[in-house]
Ligand binder design. Structure first.
Ligand SMILES: Nc1nc2c(ncn2[C@@H]2O[C@H](COP(=O)(O)OP(=O)(O)O)[C@@H](O)[C@H]2O)c(=O)[nH]1
Ligand SMILES: [Mg+2]
Length: 403
């Protein structure tokens, strides 16, 4: 199933700006069919070097796009309502928030690196709020909510497991599927929390809490988008957030949105994730536009080497969710599908995916009648248990074929 990344955080940090920018179709792929469909759920893009360059072929992408050797692969993103302290008790849009978050496989916690909003999302003097607290508030609210959820029928579940001398994981599985949490993740959380799954009925409050926190970390891993990095003083905050142990990407969502719009209007040349942009026709710009673009150059590109938005999305999928890119082809000689489209598709799959599992991602029929796979680079045959590598180009040979 396609993975989903959620944007979370308190109000006024720039979540919607981030979401709006990330889901605005890059201008280079205007004809590309995928676009945002709902207000809070949209298609963003992963940026990865396309294998067409290495192979020296002209590709003809179908499920993704290729811009000068850069593959843009669609991915699912969701925006969520602002979180406020007390959300786990239903404060603000707490319930709605947590309802959205359960659909996400990984999270980008957007924080205000400029420290100019308090925990309730109200504007305050720059640098007066500590953005580390933005992240801690999210973690605390999620943990409290998850604990309350686990506590419901905890006694019954643990007693059942205990009486059968079984580990808690299989008894929690059903309860947690609705949160997008699977058995493997429950086991991992038990391991990380260093608690005994067979003795859940006798866990102390402290052990229970540790388990809940581990479960959050395993099932909803997060990175921090230290947003508003263009504002003065953000650098120190960003350093401190890194020192606190978070995976942090400095971002400027506002600049990314401005650039994608400027690109759409034909004013600049810019592909999301580029470390620079060029003004196409300086004489066409109004004074205001010129000043805005100059400011973005100085405060964002010269300082940070880009808006960081694409890095944040990439890291969420590649580093948190451990995805790799794989290119399926039907003809390993021509590197094409049966319509002749060269390197038509690029899929994101979790590391550890086998060639047979990959066949199922393409089409269930293909997995059912799987015979073998072919590495299109080496033309070597691969068994059903071959573990895919990043940028593999794979042909699946099946008894039925696809046509
Ligand atoms: N300086 C600066 N302002 C930003 C940035 N991103 C968003 N903002 C501003 O922050 C405010 C809140 O943004 P919004 O996306 O609505 O926040 P949300 O409540 O978290 O969804 C708006 O005025 C944005 O223009 C940024 O990167 N830099
Ligand atoms: Mg918003």
């Amino acid at each position: 199933m396609a993975k989903i990344v959620g944007l979370v955080g308190k109000a006024n940090v720039g979540k919607s700006t981030f979401f709006g920018a990330a889901t605005l179709k890059p201008v280079e792929i205007a004809g590309f069919p995928f676009t945002t469909t709902k207000a809070d759920r949209g298609i963003g893009y992963i940026r990865a070097p396309c294998v067409c360059k290495e192979l020296g072929v002209e590709d003809d992408p179908q499920n993704s796009a290729c811009v000068d050797g850069v593959r843009l692969i669609p991915v699912d993103l969701i925006d969520t309502p602002g979180l406020i302290p007390g959300a786990h008790q239903g404060k603000g849009l707490g319930n709605q928030f947590l309802d959205e978050v359960r659909r996400a496989d990984a999270l980008i916690v957007v924080a205000d690196a400029s420290g100019a909003t308090d925990l309730n999302g109200q504007p305050v003097d720059p640098l007066s709020n500590d953005p580390i607290e933005d992240v801690k508030m999210f973690e605390a609210e999620f943990d409290l909510w998850l604990r309350a959820l686990l506590k419901k029928d905890w006694n019954r579940i643990t007693r059942t497991a205990d009486s059968k001398k079984e580990s808690i994981d299989r008894h929690l599985e059903e309860k947690l599927t609705g949160l997008g949490i699977n058995r493997y993740q429950i086991l991992k959380a038990i391991q990380n929390a260093e608690v005994d799954g067979f003795k859940s009925a006798r866990w102390t409050e402290e052990e229970f809490n540790r388990f809940a926190t581990s479960l959050r970390k395993v099932s909803k891993p997060l990175i921090v988008a230290a947003n508003k990095a263009d504002r003065d003083g953000a650098e120190d905050n960003i350093e401190r957030m890194k020192e606190a142990g978070y995976m942090v990407v400095p971002t400027c969502a506002e600049a990314e949105l401005a650039l994608r719009r400027a690109a759409e209007a034909g004013l600049v040349e810019y592909t999301p994730g580029d470390s620079d942009f060029t003004v196409k026709n300086p004489e066409k710009l109004t004074d205001r536009q010129r000043r805005a673009l100059d400011r973005i150059k100085e405060k964002v590109f010269q300082k940070w080497g880009g808006t960081g938005l694409q890095d944040a999305v990439n890291q969420a999928f590649f580093d948190l969710l451990n995805m790799i890119t794989v290119y399926p082809v039907e003809d390993s000689e021509k590197l094409s599908n049966h319509h002749g489209h060269v390197l038509p598709d690029c899929f994101l799959v979790p590391k550890g995916t086998t060639s047979k599992q990959f066949a199922a991602v393409i089409h269930t029929d293909l997995a059912e009648s799987f015979i073998y796979a072919v590495n299109a680079r080496s033309k070597r045959r691969l068994s059903d248990s071959y573990i895919l590598e990043n940028n593999d180009i794979i042909q699946i040979v099946s008894a039925k074929g696809r046509r």
